[in-house]
Design a binder for this molecule. Sequence first.
Ligand code: FE2
Length: 465
Amino acid sequence: MRLLSSLFHSKRVSVNEGAAIDRRAFFSRFAVASAASAALFSRTNDASAIDELPEGVTPSNPRELLYPTPENHSVVFSPESGKFAASYPILQNVSYDSASIVWSLNTPSTGWVEWGPTPKLGKIARNSEFGLNPYEEDFLSARILGLQPNTIYYYRTATCAFSYRSAYDKTCEPAQYSDVYSFKTAGPNVEKVSFAVMNDTHNQIDTIRTLFDRFDDINPDFLVWNGDLCHRYPSSYIVKTTIANPCDRPYAAERPLILSKGNHDRWGPFAHKFTQIFTPWIQRNPRFRSLGYNVALRYGPLAIIVLDTADTKADDAPACQGLYSSTPYREQQANWLREALQQPEIANAPYLIAFCHIPLFEHTPKEDATPPAQMNWIPYHEAGRYFGPLFDEYGVQLLIAAHRHKFAYSEASPHRPWAQLLGGGPLMENATCIYAEANSNELVVNCEKLSDRSILGSWSFKPRF
Ligand SMILES: [Fe+2]
């Protein structure tokens, strides 16, 4: 619910009173940026420049590689719009006592978040470091601290284009504000909770937009993007168009977006800057401070665990060129997972489910029983070995995974007391929408075909105790 429209409500914030702002010169720089952006559009939309295809996409149908183009991309935040921001806010890391807001930029800017317990706001969150306020080219973020569980808060973003010419010659434009949005912190004191899951979108902008249409109908309390958001990450452009603003509306300004990172989400130069678009979770134990994409949270009767299965290849595989450390990363996550599962609010939750991108086992003994040899499939062996026994020991009921681009469901069994649900793929014909609701009586999980909303499966889980 948007409460107040205040875009372009301006407040002069200048650090150089002597330097008058030449607005024509300023927006002419926007025009230059626009031309550069158009060049980038044509470059990144060239299917011949894409060297690896999503699983399930054959080279004979390159049109399926629907990288955002000037024709199908948003115009709301185009450089010509004059907006400093390039997206609506994306609400993330909403825990019991903190939240993070990220938004993308059209131009180098500084910015902050104004927030409070009422729409009057009144407080400021700004990610200042070492005496410097933020100055970013692609994404701004601000983390709000000191919140109470199960409580509603309000916020808006402020963005100021910033010209940085020299130490004594820089200009901060008047702030442009977003609308005021609200969100609710996580916590145990709610009767029911709902969530929805999307996965393996691989830049398929039509699939992403259809999913967000469906989520608007379902209106879940939170959203999990279960890995392989983009096929690869050559630059910030793909992140801005696919993740930050794929659908021209504030799809996650009030609905927390939780990332479960996939193997493709570590491919390409900008993958190393992933924390710009997905800010890390704050870990309670400083020993696990580097595990920014692992979280254990309680929402009413439901507890969730988010893991990162990392890459598919062995760290010493020639294709990795020494750039990955997936094995020690999984080992550290296993140590984190044991501690997370022992936290009282997780251990005593009526329902306990986990999310990760790569499934922990192949789901049938038939055609999928043997993973393709050329892929090596290290995560099946490592993540399954590290995480699976802890799922057994601490009573995880369901793992929601992805990666195979094919819906599948495996019931719990005597030797594996947790079920595994896999979402579908990036193309509309096999894309799925997973949604669930938990109350004191049952947790119901549904998986539907995105194209026609036919139900592929619906499963009911009873409280663990
Ligand atoms: Fe994947």
